[in-house]
Design a protein around this ligand. Structure first.
Ligand code: HEC
Length: 292
């Protein structure tokens, strides 16, 4: 078990050998194209997006291979430590806005291939803006120790059996819960309401629906194909399109891949797993309507 925030281990957690950028692109698609790292303007994944949280506004980092402002000068192990452990090369921790504690369960081979894909991104020079937060950087180390959910063990290879694969993708690659699970006061996901939605603060002040199979408040009356259509095309059963952040992860931002470009059997695995999670009655749309 790796202990979060306890300094770097010299041993690589990545499998030896070069990663496969083509497989990596499909991992990136399953990860919604890492869309938080794309801003409204500028090249995809060159960072600079402002992410508002109760703890201040954070600015995403440049993932392109520019040597000075991006990841061009980082080693694969340094990128991996940031992705799956929240550890930065200077020894500090990332802010919890970056869901490293969910990517922590990403398979070693998938992390290696995703990094190989990131290396193919055109280098784009873009300085990162300072975060506007009242928290000292040290607070992120404390957060990792005190509030981060227990870190999952990463398998060497991703599961292939459909149900296990769907669970793996939902939790550690596509991180549906990063948006669909409400957070407690310290910003950690509330595991009692996993995937049950919320009407909390979102950039566009929207509602994130309950995607557990509860019939009254979730998506219990959707069938497997309804779910696959949302992930593949952003199309809802009533033929409306999803908007906002969900549209971003489905379509990808500025030409980066999104769920819609992931292998169909993976989208089916995600949908199949979601139909097996415990239904949680949690009305988020009504709650929002009552507030206004
Ligand atoms: C970056 C944030 C984000 C991520 C990640 C995300 N979603 Fe969403 N999702 C949303 C938002 C916001 C909406 C509401 C969109 C709207 O109102 O048009 C939504 C809507 C949906 C809906 C429509 C539900 C309904 O009742 O209308 C489904 C189904 C869904 N998401 C499934 C998923 C699955 C499965 C994943 C992971 C594979 C996922 N989402 C990942 C933000 C996200």
């Amino acid at each position: 078990m790796a202990a979060a925030g306890c300094g770097g281990s010299a041993l690589s957690e990545l499998p030896p050998g070069p990663g496969d950028p083509v497989r990596g692109e499909s991992i990136a698609a399953l990860a919604g194209g890492c869309g938080c790292h794309s801003a409204e303007t500028g090249a995809p994944l060159s960072g600079g997006r402002a992410l508002a949280t109760p703890f201040g506004t954070f600015h995403s980092s440049n993932l392109t291979s520019d040597r000075e402002t991006g990841l061009g000068a980082w080693t694969d192990d340094e990128i991996d430590a940031a992705l799956r452990r929240g550890r930065l090369p200077d020894g500090s921790m990332e802010s919890p806005v970056m869901p490293w504690y969910q990517y922590a369960g990403m398979a070693d081979a998938d992390a290696r291939d995703l990094i190989a894909w990131m290396r193919t991104l055109e280098p784009v020079r873009r300085e990162r803006s300072e975060d506007e937060t009242f928290l000292p950087r040290l607070a992120f180390r404390a957060w990792a120790l005190l509030f981060a959910p227990p870190l999952p063990e990463a398998p060497e290879e991703a599961p292939t059996e459909p149900l296990a694969r769907g669970r793996y993708l939902v939790k550690h690659v596509s991180i549906c819960g990063d948006c669909h699970t409400p957070r407690g006061i310290f910003g950690a996901p509330d595991s009692d309401l996993e995937l049950a939605g919320h009407s909390g603060i979102l950039p566009d002040d929207g509602v994130v629906p309950n995607i557990t199979p509860d019939r009254a408040t979730g998506i219990g009356d959707w069938d497997l194909d309804d779910l696959v259509s949302v992930l593949e095309m952003g199309m809802l059963p009533n033929l409306d399109s999803v908007s906002g952040l969900m549209a971003e992860v489905v379509d990808g931002v500025h030409g980066a891949p999104g769920y819609g470009r992931a292998p169909l059997e993976d989208l089916r695995a995600i949908a199949g797993y979601l139909r097996t999670v415990a239904p949680i009655p949690h009305a988020v749309r009504e709650a929002k309507d009552n507030e206004s």
